[in-house]
Design a protein around this ligand. Structure first.
Ligand code: NOJ
Length: 731
């Protein structure tokens, strides 16, 4: 017996020690990752494994008084921390604790919400989508990744790819708008940007798709609320962006807060295991949203913490964010044989896999560069400014009010946004510094550089009843040639837990605009917001309207550049602007009703004010006739659609071709049209180009059933692009 024990011990030692280096195999950077994980798992106690499945939050700042106490509180074996400091030194200190004070030296995964930039804060995701520029989205995320990694952050909780059609929900600002395909494309672009070529590069961070899944359909647009998502809607609208992100190699996903049709998203075995792990073969891990494991108790899905842990863990959530549910109850559940050890091993394996891929075992520490070598590099600022420029959407331009006439020598800049920095940032400013924000006023100063006089008045605040500033605003307007009215939302009116019952701006801002209109001066409305705004009372008072969303730190110059005519606006809406809040939900790809001519609103027009895809330019584009390579194709053939587009105006510009498909009759009814491809191209004045869309029947003409299986059905289809509708047939 003793001999047998001796032999098996010898075997154990021989499998786990690297022959060349004599160090444990899991520390051998040349060994294959899965072998390293096997070796490490064999060495870990149950308690050590459970600690890997937990995430704590840590380090508000690097203040000396804070550091020691909070460092002491962190268990060196903890799986992950939400790392809130910007100091690489601080990160290295805490990492040293993990590497040297824990038995096995497993690095801690440092996560942080880097949503639209880390220090170089760029426009919110909804704005990014309006740029329709995949490369720019990738470039912006790559900037964020570099700044983050060098500051000690290895993992971002981004992108949010919850298709959002209810603008009352504050988190519309964090996603890529109302369309499933657009969310899928920008999801892939951002994952590529964050994760780079190789996760272990010191310029890459792990991405996290969130909030899996159906979170944006919360009732009444109220955050955290119940979302009733039919299986058909789940597959048609919400799952494709996640599937695209998984295919693009995303490291992690975050499970949502929402109770989805009776099963909380953080305890849903169908979405988390059946689909994500088994069907899509995702091999990274899922982190819960903040305390969403424990919140099953509020939702009536678990009677206590233990049951909540059981539900979430067994459904496929490997890491518990912040609420200590797993820490307190997972070990006991294993000891009671309610959760098998192999499930624990599988969960820990997934977490370790990402740590290995990030190279954390081999290079746990980051370079300790001074701030000036980490942030605001000229090329980072250029990306932020470019993104702002391309995300701005010109919604209205009556009689070519814009660009501003060169004869205007007195420009009135009026409104609470003119000198505002804080609200330009958006709801997730990460580690952005408000002082650095370039204001609208500063942008104009630079642009005009004394060639026009800038007359300023605040006019009113964002909200409240104080009208005392309006009189001065009128005086300023009266002595000017044109009014640029800069109004909008405060940044904390959108984002998490920031639902609004109306998407109209507070009455005081509408009053200001109505008063300015009475001066008879041409009026350009510039508004900043984290959602579509109800413009029904503002639009008639404005000669031109520009949506600038929340542009981040570098939005002033591009704005002034667009208004002056140095730059040509090119953004198009990635979300529909309802006429009034009461029209919600209104989105472009609705299904046809039983009585298309009826079912209208009695009191208002049923048309939204600005449809998805709307956006004007200072130049004009003419579209030739769309040609198809065939009028009939089989299921395995491709169909090539082409259209020649000419920039017929006097200014260089960028045109975005949005290609839609309609399937008028199917075994499951289809939306009236669906975006299937987009492309943005630069066109000099007078230049022509061909926009081309290669239709792949399985990808572009099929649709999912209520379990996600794709159906490709023969029959007629229509291809639409800017008013042209061409028929073809699938045989
Ligand atoms: C809650 C939010 O819903 C989620 O998006 C975020 O990543 C986490 N908190 C972490 O801060």
């Amino acid at each position: 017996m003793r001999k047998l024990f001796f032999i098996s011990m010898l075997f154990l030692i021989s499998v786990s020690v690297s022959a060349k280096t004599k160090q444990p195999l899991y520390k051998d950077k040349n060994a294959p990752t899965e072998k390293r994980i096997n070796d490490l798992l064999k060495r870990m106690t149950l308690e050590e494994k459970v600690l890997q499945t937990n995430q704590w939050t840590y380090g508000k700042n690097a203040n000396a008084n804070n550091i020691e106490a909070s460092k002491k509180a962190v268990r060196p074996e903890i799986g992950s921390l939400i790392y809130r400091s910007i100091s690489p030194i601080y990160r290295n200190e805490i990492m040293k604790k993990a590497m040297e004070e824990s038995r096995l030296g497993i690095p801690i995964l440092m996560g942080f919400d880097v949503i639209h930039g880390y220090r170089t804060v760029y426009p919110i995701p909804l704005a990014q989508a309006c740029s329709w520029n995949r490369d720019l989205v990738s470039a912006a995320c790559a900037v964020a990744a570099k700044e983050s990694r060098l500051s000690g952050v290895d993992w971002t909780f981004s992108p949010m790819i919850d298709v959002a059609r209810d603008a009352r929900w504050g988190r519309v600002s964090e996603g890529y708008g109302e369309d499933t395909y657009a969310n899928s494309e920008f999801c892939v672009a951002s994952v590529k940007g964050y994760q780079g070529k190789n996760l272990s590069d010191q310029t890459s961070i792990a991405a996290c798709l969130k909030h899996y899944v159906g979170y944006s359909l919360s009732e009444g647009g109220r955050d955290y609320h119940y979302s009733d998502v039919s299986p058909q809607t789940l597959w048609e609208t919400f799952m494709p962006p996640y599937e695209a992100g998984v295919k693009a190699g995303v490291a992690t996903l975050m499970s949502g807060f929402n109770d989805m049709s009776g099963i909380p998203a953080s305890a849903n075995p169908y979405t988390l295991t059946e689909i994500l792990k088994k069907r899509w073969k995702h091999d990274g891990f899922v982190v819960s949203d903040w305390a969403s494991v424990e919140q099953q108790i509020n939702q009536g899905f678990a009677k206590d913490k233990k049951q909540a842990t059981y539900n979430a863990f067994m459904a496929g959530v490997e890491m518990d964010m912040v609420d200590n549910n797993y820490l307190e109850t997972l070990q006991q559940l294993v000891e009671e044989k309610k959760i098998p050890m192999k499930s624990i091993d599988e969960a820990v394996r997934r977490i370790l896999r990402i740590k290995f891929r990030l190279g954390l075992f081999d290079q746990p520490y980051v370079m300790e560069l001074p701030e000036k070598e980490r942030y605001y590099k000229p090329q980072y600022m250029e990306v932020a400014a470019k993104m702002a420029e391309e995300s701005y959407v010109l919604l209205k331009n009556k009689n070519n009010t814009l660009p501003l006439s060169k004869n205007f020598k007195q420009i009135a800049l009026i409104g609470p946004m003119v000198h505002n920095k804080v609200d330009m940032m958006g709801s997730w400013e990460a580690q952005g510094v408000t002082d650095v924000v370039e204001t609208i006023y500063q942008g104009f100063e630079k642009e005009y550089n004394g060639s026009a006089v800038l007359n300023y008045a605040k006019g009113c605040d964002f909200e409240g009843e104080d009208e005392s500033g309006i009189e001065e605003a009128i005086k300023v307007a009266e002595k000017s040639d044109i009014i640029i009215a800069c109004i909008g939302e405060k940044k904390d009116w959108s984002g998490e837990n920031a639902s609004r019952s109306t998407i109209a701006l507070p009455a005081i801002q509408e009053k200001l605009i109505a008063a300015l209109k009475k001066t008879g001066k041409p009026l350009v409305l510039v508004f900043s917001s984290g959602r579509p705004i109800e413009l029904v009372r503002l639009e008639p008072n404005a000669d031109a309207i520009l949506a600038i969303w929340q542009p981040g730190i570098a939005g002033g110059t591009p704005l002034a550049g667009i208004l002056s005519g140095r730059l040509n606006p090119s953004g198009k809406l990635a979300i529909t602007f309802p006429l009034t809040t009461g029209q919600i939900p209104t989105y472009y790809n609705m299904r046809q009703s039983a009585r298309p001519k009826q079912g209208k609103y009695q009191d208002i027009s049923t048309e939204p004010l600005y449809w998805f895809g709307h956006g004007l330019s200072y130049t004009s584009y003419s579209y030739g006739k769309v040609t198809l390579s065939a009028t009939k194709i089989t299921k395995t053939e491709k169909l090539i659609a082409e259209v020649e587009v000419t920039n017929t105006g006097a200014m260089d510009g960028k045109e975005i071709a949005l290609w839609y498909i309609s399937d008028p009759v199917a075994s499951i009814t289809r939306p009236m049209k669906e975006l299937k491809y987009f492309e943005k191209k630069e066109l000099k004045a007078g230049e022509k180009t061909i926009f081309r869309f290669e239709i792949d029947p399985m990808r572009d003409l099929s649709f999912p059933d209520s379990d996600g299986k794709r159906r490709l059905e023969v029959g007629d289809f229509y291809l639409t692009i800017y008013g042209q509708k061409v028929k073809f047939e699938l045989l």
